[in-house]
Design a protein around this ligand. Structure first.
Ligand SMILES: Cc1cc2nc3c(=O)[nH]c(=O)nc-3n(C[C@H](O)[C@H](O)[C@H](O)COP(=O)(O)OP(=O)(O)OC[C@H]3O[C@@H](n4cnc5c(N)ncnc54)[C@H](O)[C@@H]3O)c2cc1C
Length: 458
C-alpha cells in the first residue's frame, strides 16, 4: 500500500524546523516528515568555532519581541540557556561624518542627537500633515516624503542591518506592511504611534527587547529543534505535483506522498518548484550576499561599549557594519581577547566579495581602524562566506505575495513560508511557520491576521 504522510515539510532550516515544532505541539497525531537537500539542518544558521572564538556564518541572534520565538524558547526550555543582550543596556552606533555616534533609543534623546540637523528634526514633524500615498513606493521615497531627506542615512543604516539592502529598491509595502497599515488608518505615522502609546499608558511599561543567542552559538537552537523530528537528509526535492488529491514530492531518493506540504524554502529555491503549479510573475527575486569577517584582537583594542555600528552608504566605507560580538555575548572570544564581526558586500557592493580573503581582511582593518583604536594586527582573522543570500523584498514583491496567495488558495494542502516571503529575520520565519502549522492543525486555512508593526531597532 502506498504510504501517505500527513505533512511533508520541504527544507529543514529554521522555517521548516519551526513548522515541525508547532505541528508536533498542536497536532501530535499527525505524521510529519522533513526533506532536506543538504546533510545538516539549520540552513542559513550555522555557528563557527576556531581557536576559542565563536562567530556565526549567518544570523547573529534574534530579538525576543516575537511571541512565536518566545514560545519556542519556552516549549524547549531553551530560555534557560539563552544569553541575552538587552537593547536597553547596550549602545548601538551609526557611522556619521566619519565617527561613531550613538543611536538615540528613547524619543527624548532624538532632540539632542547630532544624527539629524535641527531643521531635519523639525521636518520629521511634517509627517503629521502629509497625506498617505496608497501606492507602493521604495522605502527611501516613502521615508523621504514623510520625514524629510535628512532621515535617509538612518533608514539606510536600518535596512543595512536587516537586509544589507538598498532603501531605494526595497518596497515599503513589503518591508513594513504593519507601519503602512497604521499610516493609512491614522493619516500619519507619528499620530498613530502617539495614539498607540496613549492606549498603552497605564499598562505595564514594556522593556526594550534583548538579542538572544546561546553559549554554543545559534547552532544550539537548531540542535534542540531537530531532536525527535523525522528528517531525511541529502534529499533535495526536484519536483512537486498533485495527483488525485495527494501531493507527490520527487527527490533523488524516490517519490514521497503527502496530504499537505509546507514549502519552507528561500523564495528563489521555492521558485524552482512552484512553476509546475503556476507560472510565477518573476523567475527569481534579487538577493544580497555578504561575508562576515571575524577578527580577534587583544583586549587592548578600544572597542566602544555596545552592540556595534552600521555605516550608511553616504559614508563611503568598505564595511557595512561591525558587531562587537564579545561585548554582546560572553565566551565569544578567549580570555584577554575580543571578537569583532565585520560585514562586507550587500546589495550595493557585490563586487567586494570578489576580492581575496587577505585583501578583504586588510581593507576591513584599515576601515575600522579609522573609527576605533585597534592594535596593529588582528590575532585572528577569518572570512566567512555564507552560501545563503538575503532575499530582497523589492518593488515587485507584492506581485510575488499575490502569486503565493493565489497558489495557496487554489491548491488545497499547500503552505508556503520561508526566507524572503514575509520578511527576512528569524522571527519572521518562525511567525510564518507557526501560521502554516496552525492552519494545517485546523484542517485548512488559518486566520488572516493583519500585519503587525515591526519596530525598527538598529
Ligand atoms: C548572512 C546572513 C545574516 C543574517 N543575520 C540575521 C540576524 O542577525 N538575525 C536574524 O533574525 N536573521 C538573520 N538572517 C536571516 C536568517 O538567517 C533567516 O531568516 C533564516 O535562517 C531563514 O530560514 P529558512 O529556514 O527560511 O531558510 P534557510 O535557512 O535557507 O533554510 C532552507 C533549507 O532548505 C533547504 N533546501 C533548499 N532547497 C531545497 C530543496 N529543493 N529540497 C529540500 N531542501 C531544500 C536548504 O538546504 C536549507 O537547509 C541572516 C541571514 C544571512 C544569510
Amino acid at each position: 500500500m502506498e504510504k501517505i504522510s500527513d505533512v511533508i515539510i520541504i527544507g529543514a532550516g529554521i522555517s521548516g524546523l519551526a513548522a515541525a515544532h508547532f505541528l508536533k505541539k498542536s497536532a501530535p497525531g499527525l505524521e510529519v516528515m522533513l526533506l532536506e537537500a543538504s546533510g545538516r539542518a539549520g540552513g542559513a544558521i550555522q555557528s563557527f568555532h576556531q581557536e576559542g572564538f565563536l562567530a556565526e556564518w549567518g544570523p547573529h541572534g534574534f530579538l525576543d519581541n516575537a511571541e512565536e520565538s518566545r514560545e519556542i524558547l519556552e516549549d524547549t526550555g531553551l530560555y534557560r540557556e539563552a544569553q541575552q543582550a538587552p537593547l536597553g543596556d547596550f549602545h548601538r552606533y551609526v557611522c556619521h561624518r566619519g565617527r561613531l555616534v550613538q543611536i538615540p533609543q528613547r524619543p527624548g534623546k532624538i532632540l539632542s542627537t547630532p544624527l539629524l540637523p535641527f531643521w531635519g528634526k523639525l521636518r520629521v514633524l511634517a509627517d503629521l500633515w502629509i497625506k498617505p500615498d496608497p501606492r507602493d513606493q521604495s522605502l527611501g521615497q516613502w521615508a523621504g516624503r514623510r520625514f524629510g531627506r535628512s532621515v535617509l542615512p538612518l533608514v539606510d543604516a536600518a535596512v543595512t542591518g536587516s537586509y544589507s539592502g538598498d532603501y531605494n529598491l526595497l518596497s515599503i509595502d513589503s518591508v513594513m506592511p504593519g507601519l503602512r497599515r497604521l499610516e493609512q488608518e491614522h493619516g500619519s505615522v507619528i499620530r498613530a504611534l502617539l495614539r498607540k502609546m496613549k492606549e498603552k499608558k497605564g499598562s505595564v511599561r514594556k522593556r526594550l527587547p534583548a538579542m538572544n543567542n546561546f553559549p554554543q552559538g545559534l547552532d544550539r537552537l537548531v540542535e534542540v529543534l531537530e531532536q525527535g523530528k523525522n528528517i531525511a537528509f541529502a534529499s533535495p526535492v526536484t519536483a512537486v505535483g498533485r495527483e488525485n488529491g495527494t501531493w507527490r514530492i520527487t527527490t533523488a531518493k524516490g517519490v514521497f506522498s503527502a496530504r499537505n506540504i509546507v514549502m519552507a524554502l528561500p523564495v528563489n529555491s521555492a521558485l524552482q518548484l512552484l512553476p509546475a503549479l503556476r507560472k510565477p510573475p518573476l523567475a527569481r527575486i534579487p538577493v544580497s550576499k555578504i561575508c562576515n569577517v571575524a577578527l580577534g584582537f587583544a583586549d587592548s583594542a578600544r572597542v566602544p561599549y555596545g552592540f556595534g555600528y552600521l555605516a550608511p552608504e553616504r559614508e563611503q566605507r568598505f564595511t557595512l557594519g561591525v558587531l562587537f560580538s564579545s561585548h554582546m555575548f560572553p565566551n565569544r572570544a578567549p580570555a584577554g581577547k575580543v571578537l569583532l564581526e565585520a560585514l562586507v558586500g550587500g546589495r550595493r557592493h557585490p563586487e567586494r566579495l570578489e576580492l581575496a580573503d587577505k585583501d578583504i581582511i586588510s581593507l576591513v582593518c584599515q576601515d575600522i581602524r579609522q573609527l576605533m583604536e585597534l592594535p596593529e594586527k588582528p590575532l585572528f582573522a577569518k572570512v566567512l562566506r555564507p552560501a545563503s543570500a538575503i532575499p530582497q523584498l523589492e518593488m515587485d514583491h507584492p506581485k510575488m505575495l499575490a502569486y503565493r496567495a493565489g497558489l495557496e488558495q487554489d491548491h488545497k494542502g499547500l503552505y508556503i513560508c520561508g526566507f524572503g516571503w514575509d520578511g527576512v529575520g528569524i522571527n519572521d520565519m518562525v511567525k510564518s511557520a507557526r501560521k502554516a502549522a496552525v492552519a494545517i492543525s485546523a484542517g485548512g486555512r488559518g486566520d488572516e491576521a493583519a500585519a503587525a508593526v515591526k519596530p525598527v531597532y538598529f
